[in-house]
Design a protein. Structure first.
Length: 210
């Protein structure tokens, strides 16, 4: 299955991508991760991206899509993949289509803005290993301490209410129009917010018939 995950920041895309990846035995392609890997490995497109990053500029769409294309050509993507964080805009989605990057379903996890702000405010990230927890939905065994490495947990600046609200404005303006884009192609599947990770996974499995 070739899947795109859509949804506002904090909708749970990363968590569900991880679960679906194991369930379907296909890799999750996260833009941030492959961008860093391509730059580290010094691939032609990675070197191009590095120039922009080092100049403090946004990496242009054609470079992002080039890196995605490079990654999808690897053998582990032969049976499908999950794209998380790309496309972010309609021009990116159009560029992917032009390059023949196929998608079976675009899955949108629908969560209201107020819920997102509250949810993100409860997120805690390990300073040492980057592990993530939530004080309500996925608390660490010991308050303020990472289960994985014993590091200190903190609130990322990205998760502060003002930052989250600003990111939601960008999402509604730039990324949400992708729902109509994929709906017009008969590929959009929506899942309403559920009261927990397992319930969301169950709703997604039902929607995707897996």
């Amino acid at each position: 299955m070739k899947l795109i995950l859509l949804g506002a920041p904090g909708a749970g895309k990363g968590t569900q991508a991880e679960i679906l990846s194991k369930l379907l035995s296909i890799p999750t392609i996260s833009t941030g991760n492959i961008l860093r890997a391509a730059m580290k490995n010094g691939t032609p497109v990675g070197l191009k991206a590095k120039e922009y990053v080092e100049a403090g500029q946004l990496v242009p769409d054609d470079v992002i899509i080039g890196i995605i294309r490079e990654r999808l050509a690897e053998p582990d993507c032969a049976n499908g993949y999950i794209l998380d964080g790309v496309p972010r805009t309609i021009p990116q989605a159009e560029a992917m289509e032009q390059l023949g990057i196929e998608v079976d379903k675009a899955l949108s996890i629908e969560v209201e803005d107020e819920v997102i702000v509250e949810r993100m405010g409860g997120r805690r990230t390990c300073k040492a290993c980057g592990g993530t927890f939530h004080i309500k939905n996925n608390p660490p065994k010991k308050e303020g301490i990472c289960d994985f490495c014993g590091g200190e947990l903190s609130i990322r600046k990205d998760d502060a209410p003002e930052t989250v609200k600003a990111r939601l404005v960008t999402y509604h303006r730039e990324t949400e129009p992708l729902k109509a884009f994929y709906e017009a192609r008969g590929r959009l599947v929506t899942v309403e917010n559920q009261p927990g990770i397992d319930a969301t996974t169950a709703a997604i499995r039902k929607a995707l018939e897996i």
